[in-house]
Design a protein around this ligand. Structure first.
Ligand SMILES: Cc1ncc(C[n+]2csc(CCOP(=O)(O)OP(=O)(O)O)c2C)c(N)n1
Length: 512
């Protein structure tokens, strides 16, 4: 058995059965091993940003990591932005990078780079295999490391001779490492604050704390104390009818400050104290009042559900029926507006759908329109690096077969990783992409004013995607995805409804 075969066998034993890849010469033995060993689904991405973003979407949807296969430092470099997004989402990924043979690297051939250095900024764990006999054990360690709470990118770099040499040894799966629990003092402190009453208290929950179980506990705690529950970043957030409505801190600084006014105590559960996306001249860096006290119920690496359970018990908060979020909206009619768009999405999301949101500016009112939609999961790009949406939608569809993926996708961000459409067509994935076609970098027009810069002709041209206009149906059809364009709310409703009735990918260009 060669090293590559021991790697594939070990990944399968450890529960990793999907690999998103874009291979090169140094990965040929890994690819060949996939032909000889049954059980590994291998999905080709035509750019490494698609591969890494798909691995992020897959793990969020499937609840377990996928592997990637990338080519040397430059291939990893192409995939870094979406590995960064995965890191911010605490997504587990087994990131495998083929590299120069150990004895060839000293001669500095063209693709030689500081592969470990590139990996380190996005990975919680990095190892370069040094010997064929230990590649299996390295793979088992990588899978274990990726799943250390709350989840991280584990990068395993494989010099090509460790793949092709004989002497591979399959390793047994390593156990999941236990998630640390919050200390009693953390729960006691939060309980003491909440016992005084919930007025001015914000319980801010993120990541695994936003699961259905976490939401039910937060609902009880809010019911018993009157505190406000807010959502921080979360990789996959259950939303819709019966789920807890939780505000997020708005993006625009002044709006965020207004939204957080009156906060006296902020209790963090797997969440971070709010910080503005950027600093702006003369504006605050956090949206919470300076006088607010911050308490930590559970740190990111601690178990948020266990901490919320103990907090609910300490407060004697009785179980409550699921919240009633009101009536589902009617589909929008007439011209396309943020409201008619939101209403149509809220009306038509099918139960169990996965919504991948990279809608940037146009989706800001979606929260209120989808709160009473059929129960679904919401996945956002969490690292601020645009170009995550289409790859994530692709990976989510691989990771959750049978569930429809709806990708709400701003056009500028879409162009970073548009090749994801080709993978959707090849794998016949159930993804409906709605391109929000404003033909500009709308958000940056707002930012220009926020940082106090003057808009001149050159500056404005750098935010304009027209001249020439992108033709989305042509782009999609050129990659094998059927598509249509509409500029009315009625058209959107018809196209979205019909795409949900048929298998495979479909793209709607919505002129906004
Ligand atoms: C990797 C990366 N490159 C560049 C940026 C800077 N940036 C932020 S938003 C944006 C444009 C977004 O435009 P679009 O996706 O069309 O959404 P809109 O603002 O029009 O709603 C850019 C270029 C970024 N955040 N990440």
């Amino acid at each position: 058995m060669n090293g590559a075969e021991s790697l594939v066998h070990t990944l399968l034993k450890s529960g990793v059965d999907t690999c998103f890849c874009n291979p090169g010469t140094s990965e040929m033995h890994f690819v060949a091993a996939l032909d000889r060993i049954a059980g590994m689904r291998c999905v080709l991405g035509l750019f490494e940003g698609v591969v890494t973003g798909a691995a992020d979407g897959y793990a969020r949807a499937a609840g377990k990591p996928a592997a990637t296969l990338l080519h040397c430092g430059p291939g990893l470099g192409n995939g870094l932005a979406n590995l960064h997004n995965a890191r911010r989402a605490s997504t587990p990924i087994v990131n495998i990078v083929g590299d120069q043979a150990t004895y060839h690297r000293p001669f500095d051939p063209p693709l030689t780079a500081d592969t470990e250095g590139f990996a380190r900024g996005v990975s919680g764990w990095v190892r370069t295999a040094s010997d064929v006999a230990s590649v299996g054990a390295d793979a088992a360690a990588a899978v274990q490391a990726a799943q250390i709470a709350p989840g991280q990118v584990a990068t395993l770099i494989l010099p090509s001779d460790t793949s092709w040499n004989d002497g591979g040894v399959v390793a047994e799966a390593l156990p999941r490492l236990p998630t640390p629990l919050a200390a009693p003092s953390q729960v006691d402190e939060a309980a003491a604050i909440l016992r005084r009453g919930g007025d001015g208290v914000v319980l801010m929950i993120g990541h695994a704390g936003l699961s259905e179980a976490g939401q039910a506990l937060a609902h009880r705690i809010a019911g018993a104390t009157g505190c406000r529950v807010m959502a921080d970043a979360g990789g996959k957030v259950p939303r819709g009818q019966g789920r807890l409505m939780m505000d997020r801190v708005p993006y625009v600084v002044d709006v965020a400050v207004a939204a957080m006014a009156g906060t006296k105590h902020l209790i963090l559960c797997s969440a971070k104290k709010p910080v503005t996306f950027f600093a702006y001249p003369g504006k605050p860096q956090t949206s919470i009042p300076e006088s607010a006290e911050v308490h930590v119920l559970a740190r990111r690496e601690q178990d948020p559900i266990e901490a919320l359970t103990r907090l609910a018990e300490a407060l004697h908060a009785p179980p409550l029926p699921p919240p009633d979020n009101g009536a589902k909206p009617e589909v929008g009619r007439g011209p396309v507006t943020p409201e008619s768009f939101g209403a149509t999405i809220g009306a038509l999301i099918p139960g169990g759908a996965l919504v991948v949101d990279e809608s940037i500016t146009y989706g800001r009112s979606l929260g209120r329109f989808t709160q009473a939609a059929a129960p679904h999961d919401w996945m956002s790009v969490l690292g601020g690096a645009i170009g995550g949406g289409m790859p994530m939608a692709t990976g989510a569809a691989v990771g959750a077969p049978g569930r429809r993926v709806i990708n709400l996708q701003a056009d500028g961000s879409a162009m970073y990783t548009v090749q994801a459409l080709w993978t959707q067509a090849r794998e016949r994935l159930d993804v409906t992409t709605i391109i929000l076609s404003n033909r500009k970098y709308q958000i940056l027009l707002g930012e220009l004013a926020n940082v106090g810069a003057n808009p001149g002709r050159t500056a404005l041209e750098m935010m304009d995607l027209g001249n020439p206009d992108l033709n989305w149906p042509h782009l999609a059809e050129g990659m094998g995805v059927e598509a249509a364009r509409t500029d009315t709310a009625d058209g959107l409703a018809d196209l979205l409804a019909s795409s949900l009735r048929r298998p495979g990918p479909f793209l709607i260009e919505l002129l906004i």
